[in-house]
Write a protein that binds this ligand. Structure first.
Ligand SMILES: [Zn+2]
Ligand SMILES: [Zn+2]
Length: 272
């Protein structure tokens, strides 16, 4: 019902407000809050193949284990139980995250939140209830961006899941970033870990004490940030920490080589 009118209205709007897909520049045929075409959205697919059961990195060595663990996690056991991501930080997914963070197209959080919801579903049987904590931004960055993308994505995911037992905790005291740590260029994994040490703190541990925590971020890059957050949360009394991110940098793939601040400055120019 009303499809003729809708079609007419849509084409009228398309004439009035010509808009292109922000990812591939193809003209959009309908008005949507998110200016991204269906082809670009359906091109974003989950990570496939064999992954480390702890950190989610891709594993190439043939192993018979049902739950393979990568060499890095075998050497240094991470402070989180398990980290899972929806997709590889590449192509359309990377652009969609940029659209939210640097293009400040907030409806992108809805789509990214649905992907995060799938990750949380995947972790689902691991915990009955959890305090959901988005990785915080430094205040300066928060003021500059106007919102914390991890928090926006977490909200969208929880709305989609509508599952009891998941409580979002944000704001002062839960987990704070007291030092900006963007400058990770040219650092080795070990140096990155040292660079984030002391960057986060919990000043009001009550909500997380003896609770399982689900740490949420947009991208798992080297894991230095989530490892440090998990360490600080556990030290403040959290029971187990799980990590859910929308995307993960897989070491075998291209985005690995690009430092975050280089990406950011490029992306900000593109969205200027
Ligand atoms: Zn497109
Ligand atoms: Zn691993």
């Amino acid at each position: 019902m009303g499809s003729l009118f809708d079609a007419a209205a849509q084409s009228l709007f398309a004439t009035l407000l010509p808009s292109d897909c922000r990812l591939c520049q193809a003209p959009l045929t309908r008005i949507a809050r998110l200016p991204v075409c269906d082809a670009c959205l359906s091109g974003i697919t989950p990570i496939s193949g064999r992954l480390c059961a702890v950190c989610g990195e891709r594993i190439f060595t043939p192993h018979a284990d049902a739950e393979p663990v990568c060499g890095e996690c075998r050497t240094t056991v991470p402070p989180f139980v398990r980290a899972m991501a929806y997709g590889s930080y590449d192509g359309g997914l990377r652009e969609l995250i940029h659209l939210l963070k640097y293009g400040r197209v907030r409806p992108a959080a809805g789509v990214l939140g649905r992907m995060l919801a799938e990750v949380i579903q995947g972790l689902g049987s691991e915990f009955q209830s959890a305090v959901v904590v988005p990785v915080p931004l430094h205040n300066r960055k928060l003021r500059q961006r106007g919102f914390n993308q991890a928090e926006e994505i977490a909200r969208a995911a929880l709305k989609k899941l509508n599952r009891s037992g998941l409580t979002l905790k944000t704001g002062v005291g839960v987990l704070e970033r007291r030092r900006a740590t963007e400058s990770q260029t040219g650092l080795t994994d070990h140096q990155r870990q040292e660079n984030v040490r002391g960057a986060f703190l919990v000043t009001l541990p009550k909500p997380i004490r003896s609770q399982d925590v689900l740490l949420v971020d947009d991208v798992f890059t080297t894991g230095a940030t989530v490892r440090e957050c998990a360490r600080v949360l556990r030290r403040a009394g959290a029971d187990r920490v799980f990590v859910a991110t929308v995307a993960r940098v897989l070491k075998s793939e291209v985005a690995w080589a690009i430092p975050e601040e280089v990406e950011e400055s490029r992306a900000l120019k593109a969205y200027a």
